[in-house]
Ligand binder design. Structure first.
Ligand code: SF4
Length: 148
């Protein structure tokens, strides 16, 4: 994995849960609470996609949530990255052939990082967020290059 080189600011994360059983969401909470305490690295959960650099998505995404997920993604400013947490969002998981499922998530919005598991461990979630961070740094450098 590459190194974070352009560490100019904190990474703000928005969490969207679409039909998850809640276990993936609990692991995201574990990332933020004192044992793992991702905020000490500048990874901070925010309440609006308009402020977010990274979108964490959990769940197999029921059909009535697909448009909401698209709107959440569109509201995020560029550069941005999407991390899918868990098997449900990655492949549909145990719900893959359900009549009411619009996922997997990469059929609804672009996905940059997959963190598989049912649920994945907090260490894997942190690793996925760092991969998204590297992508955002790369995009920022490309944008800076274009502006010069
Ligand atoms: S991947 Fe597993 S833990 Fe995560 S939402 Fe789906 S069923 Fe629950």
């Amino acid at each position: 994995m590459g190194k974070l080189t352009n560490f100019k600011r904190s990474l703000w994360v928005f969490h969207a849960s679409g039909g998850s059983c809640n276990a993936c969401d609990i692991e995201i909470v574990a990332v933020l609470t004192p044992r793992y305490d991702a905020e000490r690295f500048g990874i901070k959960l925010v309440g609006s996609p308009r402020h977010a650099d990274v979108l964490l998505v959990t769940g197999a995404i029921p059909r009535d949530f697909a448009d909401k997920l698209r709107r959440i993604y569109e509201q995020m400013p560029d550069p941005k990255a999407v991390v899918v947490i868990g098997n449900c969002g990655t492949t549909g998981g145990v719900f893959y052939d359900s009549y009411n499922i619009a996922g997997p998530i990469d059929e609804i919005i672009p996905v940059d990082v997959y963190v598989p598991g049912c649920p994945p461990r907090p260490e894997a979630i942190i690793d996925g967020i760092v991969k998204a961070w590297l992508k955002i740094e790369r995009l920022e450098k490309e944008l800076e290059g274009k502006e010069k």
